[in-house]
Design a protein around this ligand. Structure first.
Ligand SMILES: [Zn+2]
Length: 297
């Protein structure tokens, strides 16, 4: 029985008990409201905590047998940051994943093209980064993510294969919408919480402390439509995070390679991403690890 089914059934049983047993008058209304309140709270907690996989299964971590991690950046592209961030990643030879907002991609398609040309993975992060779709009709939920897919496909020549919802929120029918769009939902293992910690050094130190083999790290290019996190702050955070993670011995692997999705073979590894041990050797290591984890599962 799914969580939606049991939470709905629980609420229905609670409601009928109250209607049957409670005294008439305000206490009945109060009880009724509190049950509805608990039910809504359950839905909100379930939606907001990707760790619970409440409605929607998500990838949060890759294989744990290698010190590999994937960097992901949400809410771009942003002309105030993306070019500098791409430059940093190029210099550091790090393949990242960018979960982009459809509306921003339409405004700055060249940034998407550049990121893809640099070998980064582009994912769907909804079309407008709003939350209205969480309570809208099912057709609007599909439309929200289909529109971003369409925009990114027009720019890249192929639709994205990965999606991350704004703040990781979900709703009961989202899994079906993503299946229809052939999107794999990706959450995270460690996030920057840039709004809470603010200071780049503090954010980077916290991420480096929490990162483990296979971690999917979530950082923000911006908080979409705001300047709460300044571009220079975001850039310094990325820079320090990379340095500290390297100090701890982690290696950066592109998200899809980390997760070994079916498209793994179809998206060739950028030769420049594997310079530390020589392209062929590192590729062999990746293949070996793919086989290794396949035999484990
Ligand atoms: Zn976001």
């Amino acid at each position: 029985m799914s969580r939606l089914a049991w939470s709905t059934a629980g609420a229905a049983i609670g409601l009928s008990l109250i209607v049957t047993l409670a005294e008439a008058g305000p206490s009945k209304t109060q009880l009724l409201l509190s049950v509805i309140g608990v039910y809504i709270a359950l839905l909100v907690v379930g939606s907001l905590s990707p760790r619970l996989d409440f409605y929607l299964p998500s990838a949060r971590r890759g294989p744990v047998d290698q010190p590999w991690i994937a960097l992901t950046f949400d809410d771009g592209p942003d002309p105030a940051l993306t070019p500098a961030l791409l430059k940093l990643l190029r210099r550091e030879r790090i393949p990242a994943a960018f979960f982009c907002v459809g509306a921003a991609a339409r405004r700055y398609p060249a940034l998407i093209t550049q990121a893809a040309a640099d070998g980064h993975l582009i994912g769907n992060h909804s079309d407008r980064h709003g939350y209205g779709w969480t309570v809208a009709a099912p057709s609007q939920v599909l439309a929200e993510f289909a529109a971003a897919n369409q925009t990114l496909a027009a720019i890249l020549g192929a639709a994205p294969r990965f999606v991350r919802t704004p703040s990781g929120v979900s709703r009961p029918d989202l899994a079906e919408a993503f299946a229809q769009l052939q999107l794999t939902n990706v959450a995270w293992d460690v996030c920057g919480l840039e709004l809470l910690y603010r200071n780049p050094a503090r954010i980077a130190a916290r991420i480096a402390r929490l990162a483990r083999n296979g971690s999917i790290i979530l950082l923000h290019e911006s908080y979409y439509g705001t300047r709460i996190v300044k571009p220079e702050q975001a850039l310094t955070t990325a820079q320090l995070t990379i340095a500290l993670l390297r100090e701890r011995g982690f290696r950066f692997v592109r998200l899809d390679h980390l997760l070994k999705q079916p498209g793994f073979a179809a998206s060739p590894i950028h030769a420049s991403w594997l310079p530390e041990e020589g392209g062929a050797m590192a590729k062999a290591r990746i293949d070996e690890s793919t086989n290794h984890s396949a035999s484990r599962s």
